[in-house]
Design a protein around this ligand. Structure first.
Ligand SMILES: C[S@@+](CC[C@H](N)C(=O)[O-])C[C@H]1O[C@@H](n2cnc3c(N)ncnc32)[C@H](O)[C@@H]1O
Length: 266
């Protein structure tokens, strides 16, 4: 099975399952210094709002990078993930003492969780996998329902316009042969679903969420991967400070492979 076969699969859930049989999600955020920028940035924003004893729900938890990080800091974490392959990768890393309740499920239906039961709700995945706007709104509604009135919600997106540049860095002829509309520059939504920054903002506001932060989580880190990975520790720490300095600036917001929107119930 390769991505061409997965492209033919019509059932969306089956398509997500098969995507993560090919894609090594377990290594995505920790394979290099450059890859780590997204994780470190998102954690910094989560920690701005996380209070002692806070309960976390990680929806689309992948191989557990965020869940395990917070569980090992002593927080109670509930994690929900669709892909069997990612669940297996997550389980391989779980220690018996980790306070993580991991279940297989779909972000569209969080009925196993009571209303207002979490302080922090992470949704890093479903909104850039589900094709239907009504499905995405259902995910946002469910996330909002299970979040406390005082809680914070964190949503990840993959910005359309910057992915075109990232693809160009891999394929010399991308501007001619790439899978995007040559007039509108809208990418073909496979294997992810892409949105412009205004579309992400609109989606979240439509879901009744008041936006607190819009953040370029990884910025240009993937484009500059080789350079960043070659940095010594002092340079890398200063690069991270620079990234922190620019990551909420409107002029850099779409210049990222992952956009984070932080909000609260509106
Ligand atoms: C790129 S991974 C990100 C994993 C993790 N949240 C992170 O940020 O490192 C996206 C994840 O979202 C999961 N996902 C996509 N749609 C989902 C849905 N409808 N319900 C639950 N999980 C979903 C995928 O299976 C995948 O593990």
């Amino acid at each position: 099975m390769d991505f061409n076969d997965i492209y033919q699969i019509k059932d969306e859930i089956e398509q997500i399952q098969k995507t993560y049989e090919l894609f090594n999600e377990d290594a995505r955020l920790n394979r290099s210094k450059a890859a780590r920028v997204e994780f470190l940035t998102n954690v910094r924003y989560i920690e701005k709002y996380l209070k002692t004893g806070g309960r976390i729900l990680d929806i689309g938890a992948g191989a557990g990078e965020y869940s395990l990080y917070f569980a090992r800091k002593g927080y109670a974490v509930s994690a929900l993930e669709l892909s069997s392959n990612n669940i297996r990768a997550f389980e391989r890393k779980l220690h018996p003492e980790d306070k993580v309740e991991l279940v297989q499920g779909n972000a569209l239906d969080l009925s196993r969780y009571a209303d207002g039961s979490f302080d922090i709700v992470l949704m890093f995945g479903p909104l850039y996998h589900l094709h239907g706007e009504e499905d995405r709104q259902q995910c946002i509604r469910e996330a909002k329902r299970v979040c406390k009135d005082t809680g914070k919600l964190f949503f990840a997106f993959i910005p359309n316009d910057f992915v075109i540049l990232t693809e160009f860095s891999f394929h010399n002829d991308y501007f001619v042969s790439g899978d995007y509309d040559k007039e509108t520059f809208a990418l073909e939504d496979f294997p992810f679903v892409f949105h412009t920054v205004p579309e992400c903002r609109e989606m979240i506001r439509r879901g009744g969420i008041r936006i607190l932060h819009e953040v370029a989580s990884d910025g240009i880190s993937e484009l500059m991967e080789e350079r960043i990975n070659g940095m010594d520790e002092e340079s890398y720490q200063q690069y991270l400070r620079y990234h922190e300095y620019i990551c909420e600036k409107p002029e850099f917001l779409g210049m990222t492979n992952h956009l984070l929107i932080v909000g609260e119930k509106g």
